[in-house]
Design a protein around this ligand. Structure first.
Ligand code: PGA
Length: 258
């Protein structure tokens, strides 16, 4: 069995000093652990460099939550992939439903973002997932397939292999309503099958597919134990060091049990 990934998406939370405290607490919490799980912390932009500094002494990796679809120049307020890289980010969340919904991010923009990140050697953590109405009308599999076709499956295999996928059912994000392990497994297996059909079995197997949506220390173990769930993208529960570390422990337990 391959290792797990636990990524924390802090969203638009924490002051500078709260971010510092949280980073140090995570670093201290994982200090004594011999980790087989890859831990990625995605703080807001202004704290990336600090996160990268703390991570040097610790076992976690650093990611951003967003990137511009433009490369450089007169785009006031935008942050480029080159800037992320120079601030110490090796990963970046793309296609999160909050950005698709609140900031009207189109498939075309997402494709440009992914390309910009790959050009800078930053690994995209690409989010896909259906809305509640789509699940209620049993369209979830088609929705996710369309998202993959429209935004990722144009990539040559050598680029697709560098993507981490996060399946995040929109109805589960920040709602306390988690997908059941059966629902998660079923969708993750579907995604892996689509990757196999598009590319091949090896790429399908090696692609990390994370689950996100109200994942916490209580449900992480049973979600991560699913065969096709390679870890989690954690929002709210990544803002408390103890809770985040318990989720990392759940991932470690799953690796050891296999
Ligand atoms: P949540 O968020 O864990 O707070 O539901 C997950 C995410 O949006 O990545």
């Amino acid at each position: 069995m391959k290792n797990k990934i636990v990524a924390g998406n802090w969203k638009m939370n924490t002051s500078f000093s709260e971010a510092e405290d949280l980073l140090v607490a995570i670093a201290e919490g994982i200090n004594d652990m011999i980790l087989e799980t890859d831990i990625i912390v995605c703080p807001p932009f202004p704290y990336l460099e600090m996160a990268a500094d703390v991570s040097e002494e610790s076992g976690f990796l650093v990611g951003a939550q967003n990137v511009s679809s433009e490369k450089a120049g007169a785009y006031t307020g935008e942050i480029s992939a080159t800037m992320l890289k120079s601030a110490g980010a090796d990963f970046c969340i793309v296609g999160h439903s909050e950005r698709r919904i609140h900031f009207n991010e189109s498939d075309e923009m997402l494709i440009k973002k992914v390309n910009n990140l790959l050009d800078e050697d930053i690994i995209p953590i690409f989010c896909i997932g259906e809305q509640l109405a789509e699940r209620e009308s049993n369209k979830q599999f088609q929705v996710v397939e369309n998202q993959l076709n429209n935004t990722l499956f144009h990539l040559p295999e050598s680029d697709f292999e560098r993507i981490i996928i996060a399946y995040e059912p929109v109805w589960a994000i920040g709602t306390g309503k988690t997908a059941t392990p059966q629902q998660a497994q079923e969708m993750h297996a579907h995604i892996r099958k689509l990757i196999e059909e598009k590319y091949n079995l090896k790429t399908a197997y090696s692609t990390y597919i994370l689950y996100g949506g109200s994942c916490n220390s209580k449900n992480a173990l049973e979600l991560f134990a699913c065969q096709d769930v390679d870890g989690g993208l954690i929002g709210g529960a990544s803002l408390k060091a103890e809770e985040f570390i318990e989720i990392i422990n759940a991932a470690e337990t799953c690796i050891k049990n296999n």
